[in-house]
Design a binder for this molecule. Structure first.
Ligand code: HEM
Length: 402
């Protein structure tokens, strides 16, 4: 490590305009794959940017993702972390795996296939509303933000008439900084009250949704989820599945429209939708942070031994552009296959909702290609306003015309 690299760099790195990645990713992957960084809290951590290194740390079940150890780095002083720490669902170990098994077995391929037409109908409906008022329109507000909440309502068995309430609670809780602490408390309280009553309804009168299954599970091995665990699961799915998917929809359309030959290629061959969705997940340059892990034991990575007590930040987005893992790593190839990107994480915490997220991204892209073939950005790509989320970044708005 050179002398300059001993001085920690401020992290996350400043992001360039538009949809380009920070230059530091390529620089560190090549020259300093185990880098010293200072987080927004002022605490220090170790940043990994190479594909193999990132995979190795994330795959290791010894290393928890909750940073509750006294010497773990604090990422930020914001409330996002507080919510996570307060969760009654175990964050690691056997308890966590039991929870994953219970939730995970609902997200089957068969179930996703059945959901797809419902998701397409939701996208059709939102596109209808968007085209009534435009062009131009902000696709984030019109389509990308509402759709994933509607889908989560569907999987939790929340009636259509209540999904606007859900949308409001979710946006209040997600938009840290935009709402007062009091407004967030109120939204959290209302949500808990609604959801508790909803669970009782699902126990009494189960439907074909995830919540009914969880509320009524009688399983010798996995047992039942308690009331608090069910509430936290509903909350967790909304938190984990809303902002991520909303943002990814925007990032997908921005990448596909930034160079219209990509859009034209998809119009000419909609069979490319599946691989194009994967490639835009791989090429996402707007997730500026990455996933943290706390080393409970010394760990050798990138030719260095990191001591126990190190907080490691794994940059999925930097790893996804590693030329040692992907041919033409910095190029978007709509037909890339296989595509072993790790945008959904890897290992014991990898995304439970990835099949659902993929189904949503593919369904929306299918619908928009069909309904709005002339779709284009209404502002130059460098002018797209970015939203700096702590864990997943995205676009504040996506002005489009057609
Ligand atoms: C494009 C959209 C999405 C992206 C990019 C994404 C990404 C991720 C990533 C990277 C992780 C790993 C976190 C870690 O290892 O610390 C994760 C975990 C998780 N995701 Fe997603 N996700 C998406 C959509 C969804 C959806 C739609 C749901 C469910 C409705 C969901 C539910 C979860 C849950 C419950 C976890 C925690 C798993 C665990 O701790 O074991 N995600 N997601």
């Amino acid at each position: 490590m050179s002398e300059t690299e001993r001085t920690p760099r401020d992290y996350p790195f400043p992001v360039p305009e538009g949809i380009a990645p920070p230059g530091e990713w390529a620089e560190l992957r090549q020259g300093c794959p185990v880098a010293h960084v200072r987080l927004p809290s002022g605490d220090q951590a170790t940043l990994l940017t190479r594909y193999d290194d990132v995979r190795r740390v994330l795959s290791d079940p010894r290393f928890p993702r909750d940073l509750t150890a006294p010497d773990a780095a604090r990422l930020t002083t914001s409330r996002v972390v507080v919510f996570e720490e307060a969760s009654p669902i175990p964050m690691s170990g056997e308890g966590h795996q039991r929870w994953r098994r219970l939730i995970g077995r609902w997200f089957t391929v068969r179930r996703m296939l059945r959901l797809k037409p419902r998701i397409e109908a939701m996208a059709e409906h939102l596109v209808d509303e968007m085209t009534e008022h435009g062009p131009p329109a902000d696709m984030v507000a019109a389509l990308n933000f509402p759709l994933p909440v509607w889908v989560i309502c569907e999987i939790l068995g929340v009636p259509d008439s209540d999904r606007d309430k859900f949308s409001h609670w979710s946006s209040t809780r997600l938009s840290f900084g935009r709402y007062s602490a009091e407004e967030i408390e109120t939204a959290t309280g209302e949500y808990a009250e609604y959801f508790t009553a909803h669970i009782a309804k699902k126990r009494a009168d189960p439907g074909d949704d995830l919540l009914s299954e969880l509320a009524n599970v009688v399983d010798a091995e996995d047992g039942r989820l308690s009331e608090v665990e069910l509430l936290a699961t509903g909350q967790g799915l909304l938190m984990a599945g809303h902002e991520t998917t909303s943002n990814q929809l925007g990032k997908m359309f921005a990448q596909l429209l930034a160079d219209r030959t990509r859009w034209e290629a998809l119009l000419a061959d909609t069979g490319l939708v599946r691989t194009a969705v994967e490639e835009t997940l791989r090429m996402d340059a707007m997730s500026p942070f990455g996933l943290p892990r706390y080393l409970t034991e010394p760990f050798e990575v990138g030719g260095e031994t990191l001591p126990a007590g190190t907080t490691v930040i794994t940059s999925l987005a930097a790893a996804n552009r590693d030329a040692d893992a992907f041919a033409d790593a910095e190029q978007i190839r709509l037909d890339r296959s296989p595509n072993t990107h790790i945008a959904f994480g890897v290992g014991p915490h990898s995304c439970i909702g990835q099949a659902l997220a993929r189904t949503e991204l593919q369904a929306v892209l299918d619908v928009v290609l069909r309904r709005l073939p002339t779709l284009d950005l209404a502002v130059p790509v460098e002018k797209l306003p970015r939203r700096e989320g702590m864990l997943v970044g995205g676009l504040e708005a996506l002005p489009v015309k057609w």
